[in-house]
Ligand binder design. Structure first.
Ligand SMILES: Cc1ncc(C[n+]2csc(CCOP(=O)(O)OP(=O)(O)O)c2C)c(N)n1
Ligand code: SF4
Length: 474
């Protein structure tokens, strides 16, 4: 049934920035609005609005989330299929779709698209092909036609310099996994009705848990084609359609097997029990009872200082005490001697993101780390500085700074590689984030070489003793 009214899947008001922006931001005659409407109507009809997660692109449709009243994730340029893959893996029941332009999908994001298609990710990809980079003002796109004039091909696209237009349905058709592949057009009302059907089919496949669907929609960009909306529709039919034939490329929807439901994910208690049982029957640490403020920890230094293993150790201790933790490693691009840091988030509530942008705890194991991250620390936060290698003091006056020669302490204890562990012990001592006793129990389980247990524990104790011996305030 065709409804001549706003789909429920659209917000009532497109409340973008400020009081004045309450309408669509698309140019007159743009195809994006039409495609939005077709998708919103299909979702309404299928009754799945509450389950939709749309991975929005970079391009003119970057503001998709201002229009659609459902879950939206903004992906980096071209990476919507990769983000969709992640969403799919954690939300088994979601209706996952990506919405992408030609620069986004066929240019910068070609790899992400091809691999998602090749894996047969259970998602619907809506590819809006207007043969130009719309948002940035009309540069050549991978799908720009031979001879088509754009900002970057003022004489027209030339095969010799710029190659041939990429047929994305043709490329996706070369892969075995995709279930449904169709190219449609917005050239006139009849064509829009066919586009409507294809979009619906791709979403039905989602509802029925059937694989990867790809719908390419030839769409006008009057402003960058330098035409009126009517001229643009005609040009689309006369020029785009011959280069990109409108047709079905594959429809295995009826025969493709429906994905079985993913196994139920274990609850937090089960994960904790598993963790404890993996560590051995006699492993037990007291569960944490005192409330804990969220900790956003960055342990930064260079390779060989133990910044990664200190982060893992912290996370393991926290989990052993029954609290949530995430650990995220980050390595500099250098082969050797580059910066490396681990980010650890600790919270009594489930953690949404492992990224630590503004730590409330920074352990700076060398000078470049302090230089890079001192200003990012939250006011009132804690900075522990390895004064063996950092020549200067912390400049900030709105944070607590503790300067301790942790490399020397570790070396004197007999294990220079435990420098970050020494700093971690000091952090635990200052903050109470984990019990020192928990650290002492988890360290032996974390070390592959049992001969190193004793020296590591000695380094830990020496660090805590040095901290206690500091004048008040560190
Ligand atoms: C990493 C990165 N590179 C480049 C850009 C600039 N940029 C923004 S939109 C765009 C092209 C979008 O074109 P298309 O995907 O065809 O979508 P349309 O705007 O035509 O809908 C580019 C290159 C960016 N935002 N990020
Ligand atoms: S520039 Fe083109 S694609 Fe972008 S909103 Fe305008 S008409 Fe649409």
């Amino acid at each position: 049934m065709i409804k001549l009214q706003k789909p429920d899947s659209f917000y009532d008001v497109f409340d973008r920035r400020g009081p004045d922006a309450k309408t669509t931001h698309y140019c007159p005659g743009c195809g994006h609005g039409t495609v939005h409407k077709l998708i919103a109507e299909a979702v309404d009809d299928l009754g799945v609005q509450d389950r939709v997660v749309l991975c929005a692109p970079v391009g003119c449709s970057v503001f998709a989330y201002y229009y659609f009243d459902w879950g939206c994730v903004q992906a980096a340029h071209g990476r919507a299929p990769a983000v969709g893959t992640a969403v799919r893996r954690v939300l088994d029941d979601a209706i996952v779709m990506s919405y992408q332009g030609d620069g986004d999908l066929a240019g910068i994001g070609l790899g992400a698209l091809v691999h998602a298609a090749n894996r047969g990710e259970r998602m619907a990809v809506f590819f809006v092909n207007n043969a130009i980079y719309g948002m940035t003002g009309g540069q050549m796109a991978p799908t720009t036609l031979i001879g088509q004039r754009t900002l970057t091909t003022p004489e027209g696209r030339n095969i010799l310099g710029e190659g041939h237009p990429l047929g994305m349905c043709e490329i996706v058709s070369a892969l075995k996994a995709p279930v449904y592949i169709e190219r449609v057009s917005l050239g006139d009302a009849g064509r829009v009705m066919k586009a409507r059907k294809a979009i619906r089919k791709a979403l039905e496949n989602q509802v029925e848990r059937r694989g990867f669907s790809f719908v390419e929609i030839l769409s006008p960009c009057p402003i960058n084609w330098k035409m009126t909306p009517l001229e643009a529709r005609k040009w689309l039919i006369d020029n785009l359609e011959p280069a990109f034939p409108v047709r079905n490329f594959r429809d295995d929807s009826a025969s493709a097997p429906a994905a079985p439901p993913a196994p139920a994910r274990p609850d937090d208690q089960t994960i904790l029990d598993l963790f404890r049982s993996e560590k051995g029957d006699d492993f037990a640490v007291p569960a944490r009872t005192a409330p804990l403020e969220d900790q956003m920890v960055k342990i930064a230094g260079f390779g060989g200082q133990g910044v990664m293993s200190a982060g893992i150790l912290l996370s393991n201790c926290v989990i052993a005490e029954g609290v949530h933790a995430t650990w995220l490693p980050s390595y500099g691009p250098e082969m050797r001697g580059g910066t490396a840091y681990s980010s650890v988030v600790v919270s009594q509530d489930p953690i949404g993101s492992p990224v630590v942008q503004n730590p409330n705890v920074l352990i700076a194991m060398n000078g470049p780390s302090l230089d890079a991250f001192e200003d990012t620390v939250e006011p009132g936060g804690l900075i522990i500085v390895n004064s063996s290698l950092v020549q200067r003091r912390v400049k900030r006056s709105d944070v607590r700074a503790v300067h301790l020669p942790v490399s020397e302490i570790a070396r004197d204890a007999g294990v220079i590689q435990a420098a970050a562990l020494v700093a971690l012990g000091v952090y635990a001592e200052i903050s109470g984030v984990i019990a020192i006793d928990t650290l002492r129990k988890v360290i032996p389980l974390s070390l592959k070489k049992k001969a190193l247990v004793e020296v590591n524990l000695r380094a830990l104790d020496a660090g805590i003793a040095s901290y206690r011996a500091l004048p008040a305030g560190g």
